[in-house]
Ligand binder design. Structure first.
Ligand code: AMP
Length: 477
């Protein structure tokens, strides 16, 4: 189900959108629409920073604040963002508190000019790096892990010929997940960590280049997709329009580890992540569920929105008709929902209502993308029962969650995960369904079209050793 981030102590961090118009046109409005398309990646804060590469590049115009894109920006403040090179960001925090200071892009004045940075991901060695920098006299403006990257780039720049070289050197020091967009005075730089946890793509619109989190943002602004930034790649777009690539940080392909939860939940269904359509991926998961957990029923329905495509796949494979069983109140603001258990329960009820006409007297297969604490499933099953469903068979298009994530998905403590220490039968009983079936772990690889993935939250197999200190909320102590 899509609750968005603020009602939840579990979420992923951020969407980035950088744009460089080589002809000199203003980019802020296009970045704004790009961020709109990335809103699902973070609703806590939004920001845009721009410079004019034909003028005084040290002059950066920046507007950022807490709230969603349409709350933070208006015609008036966008019109003040004059410049042809810019970076935008929407944030959901997993490290660092949700405050205005922590909103991005980060704008840093340093010896070579101005550096603007937007980060999606979570660094696993950020506390250590930060302590080292602080011991060297650094004064931090934020409590985010992203600032440590910006500082390191700034430091390395002093001894590097180019901003790209400085970025590569800085990124050698950081560990964990990052998809970054950096505007150094006259260059747009994109970087993806060697494991490729988070997506990052390059697009083109007339004489402008874009580096952004998801292909859906390119489609929204009518830009053409150029290519994915590769895991471990640093790309630099200069004023002559050349895309320079640096692969010094890249790992062998079999060591890469795309976050499978991007396919399961985070990415928008119209996004293609490393060549694999997210919709296709979810349909595949639904088809596999139909094969591995068949059941006789009258109707297959999804929990809107993220369960819908898997429900379509289940229906295609099983031949059981697909239906729409819920009406969704699209006017429910995400921000009013408090991250307390009691409010969370209410938020499910406020957001969805079951359609009695569709479900009454029927055997229903209901598909959601994941069960975390079990709150949603419990409510959904109850709703369907109250609406007269005869049988309710819950299917989940992900395996059970057992382990914490250190790479950007802020999964709650293990003891809050419903699957922890329980059998599927026990979970089924708690949520009140007639049967329950999860996607088998082995099926995940098919969801990414065979690309290497990170499934540590389900399997416990971490592609990088987990940090030996708790990085969650570390900077706010
Ligand atoms: P729970 O109610 O705790 O079991 O959470 C499961 C529900 O939360 C499912 O409907 C998911 O679609 C949804 N969900 C999963 N991940 C997230 C996330 N990061 N932010 C908000 N909702 C999520």
């Amino acid at each position: 189900m899509d609750f968005g981030a603020t009602d939840y102590s579990f979420g992923e961090d951020c969407g980035v959108f950088g744009m460089y118009d080589l002809s000199g046109g203003d980019v802020a409005t296009t970045i704004y629409y790009g961020l709109y398309a990335l809103q699902h990646r973070g609703q806590e804060s939004a920001g845009i920073a721009v410079t004019n590469t034909f003028d005084d590049v040290d002059k950066v115009f920046c507007h950022k604040d807490l709230g969603r894109v349409n709350k933070v920006f208006n015609e008036e403040n966008i019109s003040r963002l004059k410049g042809n090179l810019g970076v935008g960001h929407v944030r959901y925090s997993t490290a660092g508190a949700s405050t205005r200071e922590n909103s991005q892009p980060l704008v840093l004045a340093y010896i070579k000019g101005t550096l603007v940075l937007a980060h999606n991901g979570n660094l696993t060695n950020a506390p250590k790096l930060r302590r080292e920098l602080a011991m060297g006299g650094a004064i931090f403006q934020t409590t985010t892990d992203s600032e440590t990257i910006a500082y390191h780039i700034a430091r390395e720049r002093i001894h590097s010929k180019t901003a790209q070289e400085a970025t590569v050197k800085a990124l050698r020091k950081v560990q964990g997940s990052y998809s970054l967009v950096v505007a150094s005075p006259r260059k747009l730089i994109g970087a993806r960590d060697p494991w490729g946890f988070r997506p990052l793509v390059i697009g083109k619109l007339d004489n402008a280049y874009i580096i952004t989190s998801e292909t859906c943002a390119l489609e929204t602004i009518n830009a053409e997709f150029v290519r994915d930034v590769l895991p471990g790649e640093v790309v630099t777009i200069s004023s002559d329009g050349k895309i320079e690539s640096n692969l010094e940080l890249a790992l062998p392909e079999n060591k890469t580890a795309r976050c499978i939860f991007e396919y399961i939940y985070f990415c928008r269904p119209d996004t293609t992540f490393d060549g694999m359509s997210v919709t296709k991926s979810r349909i595949i998961a639904g088809k596999i569920l139909a094969k591995t957990h068949p059941v006789e029923a009258d109707l297959v329905v999804g929990v809107p929105e993220s369960g819908n495509m898997a429900a379509v796949g289940y229906s295609m494979e099983s031949g059981i008709p697909y239906g729409i069983a819920f009406t969704k109140n699209t006017y429910v603001g995400r921000t009013f929902i408090k991250p307390k258990q009691s409010s969370r329960v209410k938020s499910v009820q406020v957001k969805l209502n079951a359609l009695r006409e569709v479900v009454a007297g029927k055997k229903i297969i209901i598909i959601d993308d994941s069960i975390v604490r079990g709150t949603t499933s419990n409510q959904i099953v109850e709703m369907l029962r109250n609406a007269g469903a005869k049988e309710i068979h819950m299917r989940v298009s992900a395996p059970p969650f057992y382990h914490p994530c250190y790479f950007g998905i802020d999964i709650p403590d293990e003891n809050q995960l419903i699957a922890n220490g329980r059998t599927v039968e026990e979970i089924c009983k708690i949520i009140g369904a007639d049967s329950l079936g999860y996607l088998p772990l082995e099926a995940l690889k098919e969801m990414s079209g065979g690309l290497p993935i990170c499934d540590a939250c389900f399997s416990g197999n971490y592609p990088i050793a987990p940090p030996n200190e708790d990085i969650r909320g570390e900077f706010d102590k």
